[in-house]
Every structure is written in structure tokens, then in C-alpha cells.
Design a protein around this ligand. Structure first.
Ligand code: 6U4
Ligand code: NA
Ligand code: NA
Length: 157
């Protein structure tokens, strides 16, 4: 088994979360936070800020990104585990715009489009929205079926 480190950023206002509709690549046609692969010469936090900027146009200082979760995703038959570092922030600059990869949109926290998101999101968004930090593990069969799951609340990483 090898690991690939990815980032995921969920920008929040008091009662809203910014999601992007993924127009290409992994997770196509799903609403999700913004993120991607960590490159060699950057920290995970720097990667999170960079991917957010590339995919949504929003600028957040890495220091203003709060890590809320690390979630491991395993896919049956695939030796690569995706280690996704999830961050949130309320301190951003700029206005979200559509990019080649993502169409951004604010969603009311009561109205998150779980049916058009990764299946794990409806299981852990309540923890995120209530301000918890957690570690997670999900085993997927294909891209839609969860065979195993684990969520553990932590006080820090
Ligand atoms: P390219 O297209 O090579 O630039 P890159 O932007 O580096 O790709 P990408 O878009 O493939 O990376 O990253 C996948 C994104 O999807 C990351 O933000 C993590 C996120 N992600 C992957 N599995 C997920 C899942 N099960 N639930 C979830 N987000 C997931 O909420
Ligand atoms: Na991406
Ligand atoms: Na990328």
C-alpha cells in the first residue's frame, strides 16, 4: 500500500459553505470542497491554499487554514490510499469565480447537496459543521459504495 496526500478546503461563512461543482477529473460531477495533490516543495497547508486559489479564486493565508480532519480513503483493488487533509477557514479574500475545474457556489448549511457529493460527506459534514476535529477511514467499492467506515473525534492532530 502506498499513500497519496491530498488537501480539501471548506470555506465557511456563519450559515454557508462554499462548494465547487467538479467539471473534470477525479470526482467529476460532484459538489466538493477545493483541493488536490500536495507537490514536492510545499507543505500540506501551502498546497491547500494554492489549490483553493487555483480552483476558486479565493485567497487564504496558510496560517488561517484550520485543520479539521484527516481522512484515509481506500478503494477495493487499488493499492493507493488517499490521505485527505481537510481544512476550514472563515478568513478569505476575493470572490469565488468559475475555473476550468470547478464551478463555485455557496450553500446554506441546512441545504448541503449530499445526493450529489461523495457518499462519505453526509457522514462527516455534521462533525465539521458542529466544529469537531476528527480522523476518518472509508473503504469504497467503486466510487459510490462504502463498505467500511470509521470516524473518531480528536482534540488535535
Ligand atoms: P489534477 O487534476 O491532477 O490537477 P488535483 O487538483 O491535484 O488533480 P484532484 O482534483 O484529483 O487533485 O484531488 C481530488 C480532490 O477530491 C481532493 O480535494 C480530495 C477530494 N476527495 C477525494 N476523495 C474524496 C472523498 N471521498 N470525499 C471528499 N473529497 C474527496 O469529500
Ligand atoms: Na483538484
Ligand atoms: Na493540482
Amino acid at each position: 500500500m502506498s499513500r497519496k496526500v491530498l488537501t480539501l478546503v471548506l470555506i465557511r461563512k456563519l450559515n454557508e459553505v462554499l462548494l465547487g461543482f467538479k467539471k473534470r477529473g477525479f470526482g467529476i460531477n460532484k459538489w466538493n470542497g477545493f483541493g488536490g495533490k500536495v507537490e514536492e516543495k510545499e507543505s500540506i497547508c501551502e498546497a491547500a491554499a494554492r489549490e483553493l486559489r487555483e480552483e476558486s479564486g479565493l485567497v487564504v493565508l496558510p496560517v488561517n487554514l484550520e485543520k479539521i480532519a484527516v481522512i484515509d480513503f481506500e478503494f477495493v483493488g487499488d493499492p493507493v490510499i488517499l490521505e485527505v487533509h481537510v481544512f476550514t477557514s472563515t478568513k478569505y479574500e476575493g470572490h469565488p469565480f468559475e475555473t476550468e475545474e470547478m464551478l463555485p457556489k455557496w450553500f446554506d448549511v441546512q441545504n448541503i447537496p449530499f445526493d450529489d457529493m461523495w457518499a462519505d460527506d453526509k457522514l462527516w459534514f455534521p462533525l465539521f459543521l458542529s466544529g469537531k476535529k476528527f480522523k476518518g477511514y472509508f473503504l469504497f467499492k467503486g466510487h459510490n459504495i462504502i463498505l467500511k467506515q470509521k470516524l473518531v473525534i480528536v482534540s488535535n492532530f
